[in-house]
Write a protein that binds this ligand. Sequence first.
Ligand SMILES: Cc1cc2nc3c(=O)[nH]c(=O)nc-3n(C[C@H](O)[C@H](O)[C@H](O)COP(=O)(O)OP(=O)(O)OC[C@H]3O[C@@H](n4cnc5c(N)ncnc54)[C@H](O)[C@@H]3O)c2cc1C
Length: 283
Amino acid sequence: MNKFQYVKPATLNEAADILYQNGDEASILNGGTDLLVRMRDKMIKPKVVVDVKAIPELKELKYTEEEGLFIGAVVTMNEIVCSDIILEKYKILAEAAHEVGSYQLRNRATMTGNVCNASPSGDTIAPLYVLSANIKIFSKEGIKLVPIDDFILGVRKIALKPGEIVVGIQIPPIKGKNGGSYYKHSRRKDVDLATVGVAAFCNEGRWKIAYAAVAPTILRGYKAEEILNKLDVIDDTTLIPAMDAAVEEISPISDVRASKEYRFDMIRISLKRAVLAALEQYA
Ligand SMILES: Cc1cc2nc3c(=O)[nH]c(=O)nc-3n(C[C@H](O)[C@H](O)[C@H](O)COP(=O)(O)OP(=O)(O)OC[C@H]3O[C@@H](n4cnc5c(N)ncnc54)[C@H](O)[C@@H]3O)c2cc1C
């Protein structure tokens, strides 16, 4: 690992100044479970590492009926898994956070880090797509909210300019009957990235689907959604056209985890499992 300067600002303004002054030479350190691995492997060589864990606004986890859920940037996966309000109102997020790595890793890893790392197999990103999450960004110019699908631009590419820092993730309130689920298919049960992932969410009969690990970014399953929205009864048989649509919507590659042919096969059953599990939650 290269030598670097470590700084731990206490305020958002201080962090933004340091990030602005150092541009591409600065990296934000959150839980560090992605960043430190990339630094160790010399994939990145930041001169300044900005640890954001002391900034109070980033530690918030709160829910209001008007604005919905806010998950501060440094809130860990384990805090999300155990949060009563998330378990009650956004269970799909607790489920997805629980899929990340091991218990020890989840004590460090954050949802914001997962999103900012922008890996196609990031487990919490597809659920955030179906919940229409916004990324809350601070800079000296003020606060802005960016829809998650505008924030993630490609593999490890996000819409963040020098001097900007993610404060957290804002998820709109959900009104009416709803249910959601994230299904992760991986080579082994724990501590492995997704081979294929599907997030399914239904609110008042309207479906949202998102696929993980089957394209350079998370993909919305618009065709599958359209088919599901027209179904009066959802079961193993009526689901088949939506499963076929999922195959048409993805563009997977072959890599160390699976061949693209295997991913085409697995997207069908993953969609089915995610949808049926979402229906079980529907209330
Ligand atoms: C053994 C192991 C197993 C893993 N298993 C999984 C898994 O099963 N599923 C999965 O999805 N991931 C997995 N990961 C990847 C990683 O743990 C997750 O992506 C995690 O959520 C990253 O969060 P973090 O807080 O550690 O991010 P960090 O490593 O601190 O940061 C990640 C990236 O986000 C940027 N960043 C962080 N916070 C901010 C902010 N506030 N503003 C702007 N940019 C920011 C950083 O600069 C960096 O580029 C695994 C990693 C390891 C080492």
